[in-house]
Design a protein around this ligand. Structure first.
Ligand code: UDX
Ligand code: UDX
Length: 468
């Protein structure tokens, strides 16, 4: 199948590379010349496992790069739209890129083609895309608009794409659904997984993945509802973690107790400093906004967002409680990316926390295995970027863990202890066992668990409070 993918961001680039690996002829279209030049010259603009291998494998062969959308549309049977849908000031999704792409595509429709929404868009977008393409001269029976939402997570995007829990095909005609099903046939008939050169799958992959065929509108809703539900799960456990802190219970034990109920499930139940990233914050606002527009007051989502914001404020209070005053304090910070395994800092709670700490007069020594280059663009004064967790700890009044990178869970604790000015660790991601940290001589604060103190120190924090 000849496929055009418009937009070479996280979603478009991964989708394009994976479609090529599934055997399709792909043209990846972008209007950013610099990005195109980098991709053509072999650079990989994002930190994503297996993406360099796939780009290397297909670049210039099954995967071409172009800035000419009109020609790419003309040459393709399916055109996937994966341009950004950033939030406007009011929280709605800004669909102007989607609209301009739809306008340009219309001129390239010279036979039956399908236009597929891959970006996360509000529920009525497919109708608008159809109207815009018709307005610009395409024949009504020469195209269909479909929705094929993507559930990939950054860091595991390639394996999420090739080993999905499900493939959602949202189409309003059999003809359109058949084209999408043909595109995904290498996954749904299992043939991709038998290939010797297939990308290795995760342990719990369901092979072959089921295909769920729905109406276009249902598919658009599935995407927003999935992200909103996952964000709700995180806010729920963060709220429970606050309860745990108030009563001296352990959120980890509570998670185990509720997550083993198969109706609830253990995943996305990790408490922390709140969710971030390019999707959850934006999609929650957009879903809230589209609900309002169609006449439903989805206040549950307001609460999910409020708890998320509050979670960061709680963490700041924890730092203050541990250190008393902040002006002039030196803090080591581990993690700047919005989560482990990525260099993406969009809506990163770690970055927002560092900004607040700097505003309160702290000096920060920060380390992240992948996101420092990007972070440098937004964190300027009073932040030093250092080369290792141990350098971050050197001479610091406390060490803060803000991103769940695997390497932060296996630190050489005696070395960290020696480097710190005071052996205080404030862990926003619960990477360590509190008793073990106390045994290593740390005063250790985490989320939803009682603080741990080295033996011999009075219990309670510096203000004498038992609770944090
Ligand atoms: C995507 C989806 O678009 C978004 O809806 C979803 O919620 C998250 O993933 P992402 O891939 O991260 O976003 O977007 P971004 O990194 O902004 O990439 C979009 C690409 O489209 C950029 O390379 C940009 O240059 C390109 N673009 C944008 C065009 O080619 N044409 C345009 O008109 C606008
Ligand atoms: C998310 C969705 O998971 C994915 O299906 C969708 O396509 C895009 O948005 P992503 O933004 O890459 O993916 O990251 P995800 O792994 O979902 O994490 C989002 C945020 O939630 C991160 O800040 C992460 O640290 C946080 N999180 C996640 C928690 O705080 N606790 C958890 O248990 C899981």
């Amino acid at each position: 199948m000849r496929i055009a993918v418009v937009g070479s961001g996280y979603v478009g680039l991964v989708a394009g590379a994976c479609f090529a690996d599934m055997g399709h002829e792909v043209i990846l279209v972008d209007n950013d010349q610099q990005k195109l030049a980098a991709l053509r010259s072999g650079q990989v603009p994002i930190h994503e496992r297996f993406l360099p291998e796939l780009l290397q494998r297909h670049r210039g062969k099954k995967l071409q790069f172009s800035d000419n959308l009109h020609e790419a549309a003309r040459a393709s049977t399916a055109i996937f739209v994966a341009v950004g849908t950033p939030p406007t000031n009011s929280g709605d999704a800004d669909l102007s890129y989607v609209e301009s792409v739809a306008r340009e595509i219309s001129g390239g429709i010279d036979g039956y083609k399908i236009v597929v929404e891959k970006s996360t868009v509000p529920v009525y977008t497919s109708e608008w895309v159809r109207k815009i393409i018709l307005r610009n001269g395409a024949q009504a029976d020469s195209f269909d608009v479909a929705s094929n939402p993507e559930f990939l997570r950054e860091g595991t995007a390639v394996t999420d794409f090739l080993f999905p829990d499900r493939i959602v095909v949202g189409a309003d005609s059999d003809r359109c659904a058949a084209v999408l099903q043909e595109i995904y046939a290498p996954l749904s008939d299992g043939s991709y997984y038998k290939r010797a050169d297939a990308i290795p799958g995760p342990d719990r992959a369901q092979i072959p993945p089921p295909v769920i065929v729905t109406s276009t509108k249902s598919a658009e809703l599935i995407k927003h509802a999935s992200n909103a539900f996952l964000a709700m799960k995180i806010s729920f456990i963060n709220a429970v973690a606050s309860m745990c802190e108030s009563v001296g219970a352990n959120v980890q034990q509570v998670c185990q107790g509720i997550g083993t109920d198969s109706r609830i499930g253990p995943r996305f139940l990790n408490p922390g400093i709140g969710y971030g990233g390019s999707c959850f914050p934006k999609d929650l606002m957009a879903f809230r906004s589209v609900a309002r527009e169609v006449g439903y007051d989805f206040r549950l989502l307001d609460e999910v967002m409020r708890i998320n914001e509050e979670q960061r404020q709680r963490f700041l209070r924890k730092v203050r409680n541990a250190l008393w005053t902040l002006r002039g304090k030196r803090l080591g910070v581990l993690g700047l990316a919005f989560k482990g395994g990525t260099d993406d800092i969009r809506e990163s709670p770690a970055i927002l926390l560092v900004q607040s700490l700097v505003q309160e007069g702290c000096v920060v020594a920060a380390y992240d295995p992948a996101a420092m280059e990007r972070a440098r663009e937004v964190l300027r004064s009073n932040v030093e970027f250092v080369g290792s967790p141990y350098e971050a700890a050197a001479g610091a009044d406390a060490l803060l863990i803000l991103t769940e990178w695997e390497e932060f869970a296996t630190l050489d604790l005696p070395q960290i202890n020696r480097k710190l000015r005071y052996p205080i660790v404030i862990d926003g991601r619960n990477l360590y066992n509190p008793e073990m940290m106390a045994a290593h001589g740390f005063t250790y604060y985490s989320v939803g668990r009682a603080p741990a103190l080295p033996e011999g120190l009075p219990t309670g924090d510096s203000r004498g409070n038992q609770k944090i």
